[in-house]
Design a protein around this ligand. Structure first.
Ligand code: URA
Ligand code: CA
Length: 433
């Protein structure tokens, strides 16, 4: 087989066979096919697309390019959740405990963040003593006993995706539905999920800015999952403004605890119930999304979800007393209010820029080497559509520096107040199953 023939075939709009897809993925992974040929093929795929079968084949070729995690030591259907990423998204922390409390095991492999705030692991590390260094045996034992565990990324998962993504990044071939969908799905499948729930975000703070693009990606991923034997569902959710109120690591842990107590922000609670319902249906613990939601509301109301969270923290070395006393979490030196400059209605809280403001405080990493300040961040007091009075605080800024003119300027610029009433955006824009 010759790579040039595969490139020409795709360039001409023809379908690649399973063997041809396998050939270029394996050849690129082992270095026998050079960057320039693969970049040419990526561009051909960008323009000519891939059909359903090719997308499934590409996904599985990437899965099989490296290690696959074997979770068969865990009883039950292992359902994983993936979000395409947003600002202030604390969902995983609450969701894992909620879903585990209903009886669906959540065995999570997570990363650190490169972005506005840390990733799930960074956030959890704001709890004193918490660590993710578990052996595979400890990891599975904990999931069997408590219902959930979080472990850091280990092993050589989807090396083909790592190389392809890095190449696409510098060749203008990232925004291609078959390439994005197979990239994301390959990682979830290699991490051992039996079933997958996807939260595809749309809006200013999301990877997919428009609803149409988000929907196309969600449908592509659901199709891939189902075609390769992993039951998959998706939602499309709003990321035009940050999720919940808190943006920042320890601040988001507190928000997750509030959510598990049933007192979380309305949007975060709703998102947890919506995604959790899908996870419970896929985990075979309820027949319908409606039935699943009732089960989730129950474990929040009767404290079982919070109890799972405490056990999970303790099992991984953390101090679970933060659950009853969140003031034990790292605290920033200064709490600076941002007063509204006029009365009116909140028209926009631009997720991306507000996220950058949190990063400037130190809540996120600008580069892989940066360290994060777990205590700092933002707590919003308003969401889009809320009314506001002149002088009322829009945000409490948690900072370890007293003088933060660039953060204040950014927040004023990107929190927009209108004189006219504004409608709140719909959080759950679509459910795809
Ligand atoms: N995220 C991924 O993991 N892969 C892509 O291709 C794009 C976004
Ligand atoms: Ca939040």
């Amino acid at each position: 087989m010759r790579m040039v023939d595969i490139i020409e075939k795709k360039r001409n709009g023809e379908e690649l066979t399973t063997e041809e897809i396998r050939f270029f993925v394996d050849g690129y992974t082992d270095g026998s096919i050079p960057d320039y040929q693969v970049s040419s093929l990526m561009m051909a795929i960008y323009f000519q697309d891939m059909n359903e079968r090719e997308r499934a084949d590409l996904t599985m070729a990437m899965v099989e390019s490296g290690d696959q995690i074997d979770l068969s030591g865990i009883e039950g259907i292992k359902v994983d959740k993936h979000s395409t990423g947003g600002v202030g998204d604390t969902t995983t922390l609450s969701l894992a405990a909620m879903v585990a409390a209903v009886g669906v095991p959540v065995a999570k492999m997570s990363g650190r963040g490169l972005g506005h705030t840390g990733g799930t692991i960074d956030k959890l590390e704001s709890i004193k003593g918490f660590h993710v260094e578990l052996s595979n045996e400890q990891f599975m034992k904990q999931v069997n006993e408590i219902g959930t565990a979080v472990i850091g990324q280990s092993g050589n998962l989807t090396p083909a995706d790592k190389k392809l993504y890095a190449l696409r990044d510098v060749t203008g071939t990232v925004p291609s539905i078959p390439l994005i969908a197979s990239s994301i799905m390959s990682k979830k499948i290699a991490a051992g999920a039996d079933a997958i729930v996807l939260d595809v975000k749309t809006g200013d703070g999301a990877f997919m800015k428009t609803y149409e693009d988000a929907k196309a990606l969600a449908q592509a991923m659901v199709q891939i999952g189902n075609n390769v034997g992993r039951k998959t569902m998706a939602i499309i959710s709003d990321m035009s403004q940050p999720l919940g109120f808190a943006i920042g690591n320890a601040l988001e842990v507190k928000e997750a605890i509030d959510t598990l107590k049933g007192n979380g922000p309305k949007d975060l609670m709703e998102l947890c119930y919506t995604l959790g319902s899908q996870m419970i249906v896929l985990g075979n613990k309820a027949k319908s999304l409606e039935e699943a939601r009732v089960l989730l509301e129950e474990v929040v109301q009767n404290g079982k979800a919070l109890d799972v969270f405490k056990k999970f923290i303790t099992a991984q070395g953390g101090d679970a007393s933060v659950v009853d006393d969140p003031s034990l979490l790292p605290q920033a030196k200064f709490q600076i209010e941002l007063p509204a400059k006029q009365s009116g209605y909140v028209e926009k809280i631009e997720a991306d820029d507000v996220g950058v403001a949190a990063m400037l405080l130190g809540a996120g990493r600008a580069t892989k080497e940066s360290t994060i300040d777990l205590a700092v961040g933002l707590v919003l007091h308003k969401k889009v559509g809320d009314s506001v009075k002149d002088g009322e605080s829009l945000v409490t800024i948690h900072s370890n520096k007293e003088d933060i003119p660039e953060v204040i300027e950014k927040l004023y610029k990107h929190i927009i107040i209108s004189n006219e009433p504004v409608e709140a955006p719909t959080l759950i824009k679509d459910i795809i199953k």
